[in-house]
Design a protein around this ligand. Structure first.
Ligand code: NAD
Length: 315
């Protein structure tokens, strides 16, 4: 089962699981945070091993019924996004905390063998050493980060209370084809495609560790197949340290006519820097990133250009 299986990361995971011969139940409400998710699963909708359940993870009974013998649950469904969590912290809390509790309870009550939980680098906050190891202090600076940290604790406690095998993967900014429209790379490309200037919040010298989508998916597959990281939270980061100014510069190389970026005030809730120490993922999961930032960016732009023509994506 993949909760949030019609979303950016979830839809890639569903595809990979189907490719590997699994039967996959996708649970998704097609939340209105952004549109176009039907397209994400368009190519697999008719696959004989694919089952779509439009179940809300906030409805325990419906969720339990959707499990349908699932052995492994990849819990991706969430209200993502730092900014929206500042505007509407209750929605973030409800979907991410209450929803995850339902997923954990339904997994327990269905004797699921493994839960792989989508956590986030947002659990760390500012001021942690770079690269950041999992043992560093977790002091989130957004309601979103708080929700992800709270649910990580629930995952650990459910493992201890009920003997469940649960792994939390702390993704660092995932990007690639089908990236959410609210995320920076996609926003920048969309604006440059239409000849508009991009907005950079702050001086643009904040850095991000970007993780290409196929690397994030590989971490999920490894977590399903090994017991090494059960009960643990593990960083999954591509290993790049790229400033926002560099990201804009690299994208502009593809759009030489595009106007200069506009600098705006720093946004609340955004951390200054992220960079993962991946040693735990290497050791416990045998995972390492395979796609560089530049390679991934090229793939993203190619995807965007070939899909925007027929407006197949929700921009
Ligand atoms: N994209 C990233 O860079 C990133 C980084 C860190 C963590 N994460 C986490 O990874 C997961 C996937 O993120 P994404 O970027 O693919 O987001 P996404 O918004 O594309 O996917 C989330 C999916 O969950 C579904 N959903 C929302 N509320 C639901 C509900 N109540 N019941 C059922 N389905 C519901 C949405 O419709 C959507 O398809 C999330 O848990 C997110 O917090 C993402």
């Amino acid at each position: 089962m993949v909760t949030g299986g019609a979303g950016f990361i979830g839809s890639h995971l569903v595809e990979r699981l189907l490719d590997e011969g699994h039967h996959v139940v996708c649970v998704d409400t097609f939340d209105d945070y952004y549109s176009g998710k039907e397209v994400n699963i368009g190519s697999i909708a008719e696959h004989p091993s694919f089952e779509l359940q439009r179940t809300n993870i906030l409805d325990y009974d419906a969720l339990l019924a959707s499990f349908n013998g699932a052995e492994v649950v990849f819990h991706q469904a969430a209200q993502p996004g730092v900014r929206v969590s500042i505007v509407n912290p209750f929605k973030t809390y409800s979907t991410n905390v209450n929803g995850t509790l339902n997923v954990l309870l339904a997994s327990r009550d269905s004797d699921v063998k493994k839960v792989v939980y989508a956590s986030s680098s947002s659990v760390y906050g500012n001021g942690v050493p770079m690269p950041t190891h999992e043992d560093c202090e977790t002091k989130p600076i957004s309601p979103y980060g708080v929700s992800k940290l709270a649910t990580e604790h629930y995952c650990r406690v459910f493992g201890e209370l009920y003997g469940m095998k649960i792994v939390a993967l702390r993704y660092f900014t995932v990007f690639g084809p089908r990236q959410r429209p609210d995320m920076a790379i996609r926003k920048f490309v969309r604006l440059m495609e239409s000849g508009q200037p991009v907005n950079i919040y702050g001086d643009g010298e904040q850095t991000r560790d970007f993780t290409f989508i196929s690397d994030a998916i590989e971490a999920n597959i490894l977590a399903m197949g090994s017991s090494g990281a059960d009960g643990e939270a593990v960083n999954i980061g591509g290993g790049s340290s790229v400033t926002v100014n560099q990201v804009v510069h690299k994208i502009r190389a593809n759009y030489p006519e595009s106007p200069e970026p506009i600098y705006q005030e720093v946004q609340q809730g955004d951390v200054d820097h992220t960079l993962s120490d991946n040693s735990k993922a290497r050791e416990l999961l045998g995972w390492k990133p395979a796609v560089s930032f530049d390679q991934g960016l090229k793939e993203f732009i190619d995807w965007y250009r070939s899909n925007i023509q027929g407006k197949a994506i929700g921009d």
